[in-house]
Unconditional design. Structure first.
Length: 356
């Protein structure tokens, strides 16, 4: 009887999210937990600043009425690595429907931010938009809100209709944005060239400026594999989010552009793209995974200053709304570059945006 009980407990542990990929005897260090400011109670994206080592960027989705056209104050918040508020940016002339992701990158040599207004819980929007803005050169000596105007926008649609999207990264090898759909099985990875962005209009109200922009079509790269499906234990442990534990809510790309991290409500999945490999090949199967401390509304993920640590945010308030954790050792391992018949590395062809 005692032996059967132990077997039952072991079986239950093996069913828990991530238990198989991270055995109990080799469990990674516990994440460091911090608290976001109370004003950031619907955190939906996270990015590491490309210019300021101590700065992370995040935002709410649309706290008044997600997915609506109701006027809210569109704010991007800068925090330090312990969640303390440093500054906020108020975007002038912008409509905020459902912000779900943010990226920090260099465009034309200057550090900038891209905010993805791509959430669509009801699949009701015909197109979506990315907002581009300059990153401040300096962090104010005391926390403050600055008014900024976007420099560019990129309005787009998907080739086969609406899609809810909460995950975005910038691919430095292809000069493009990658977008991963959420409420699809399997999720699909799309690309948009950064060259398709256009200057932000000087005149008109927020809706008029958006309506005047050209609409581009995102290009399908491939379907993602390897995300663990929901199991009955998840439903029992978390009735609100249990059935959605395998849905992608965020992405991050390592500084070298090789290691892609996908965030869900329960786990992290790591996909490595080798030199010369296309994204549709790299995303077929993760090279590693890691379960999160609990099933929750984890919404944004970003690398630290290197590829060995991650920051993660979740919706809500209080302790544990910002985590720092280590990348699994298996995800850090790099395979040998692919080579041509003469022994030279194949770095160029498959990296470009026209070869995926």
């Amino acid at each position: 009887m005692e032996r059967n009980r132990h077997r039952w407990l072991l079986g239950l542990l093996l069913l828990l999210p991530g238990a198989v990929s991270t055995p109990l005897w080799a469990a990674p260090p516990a994440p460091a937990e911090h608290e976001l400011p109370g004003t950031i109670d619907e955190a939906s994206g996270l990015a590491r600043s490309d210019q300021h080592a101590a700065l992370l960027w995040t935002h709410n989705d649309n706290i008044n009425d997600p997915g609506s056209m109701q006027r809210v104050t569109p704010l991007v918040h800068g925090i330090d690595h312990k969640g303390r508020w440093l500054l906020s940016l108020e975007l002038d002339g912008v409509v905020q429907r459902d912000w779900e992701a943010i990226e920090s990158t260099r465009l034309g040599g200057s550090p900038g931010l891209i905010v993805a207004d791509t959430g669509d819980n009801r699949d009701s929007w015909p197109d979506y938009v990315l907002w581009f803005l300059d990153e401040p050169e300096e962090i104010p000596p005391s926390a403050n809100t600055l008014s900024v105007t976007p420099t560019h926008l990129l309005r787009f649609r998907y080739p086969d209709g609406p899609a809810d999207t909460e995950a975005m990264v910038v691919d430095p090898h292809g000069d493009r944005v990658l977008l991963l759909t959420k409420r699809e099985n399997p999720p699909r990875l799309f690309a948009l060239p950064l060259s398709a962005r256009q200057a932000f209009p000087d005149e008109g109200g927020p809706r008029e400026r958006l309506a005047s922009a050209d609409v581009h079509e995102a290009r399908l790269l491939g379907s993602m594999g390897g995300l663990a499906p929901t199991d009955p234990i998840n439903w029992l442990l978390s009735p609100l989010t249990g059935r959605q534990t395998s849905l992608p809510t965020g992405m991050a790309l390592s500084p070298d552009g090789r290691l892609l991290v996908v965030l869900t409500y329960s786990s992290l999945y790591f996909f490595r793209r080798d030199v010369g490999e296309r994204w549709d090949e790299a995303i077929r199967r993760p090279v590693a995974s890691r379960s999160l401390p609990r099933i929750d509304q984890w919404e944004g993920v970003a690398f630290g200053r290197n590829d060995q640590r991650l920051h993660i945010v979740r919706e809500g308030t209080g302790p544990g709304t910002l985590l720092q954790l280590e990348v699994p050792e298996a995800a850090r391992m790099k395979r040998e570059p692919q080579t041509t018949t003469d022994g030279s590395p194949t770095e160029s062809g498959a990296e470009g945006g026209d070869h995926d």
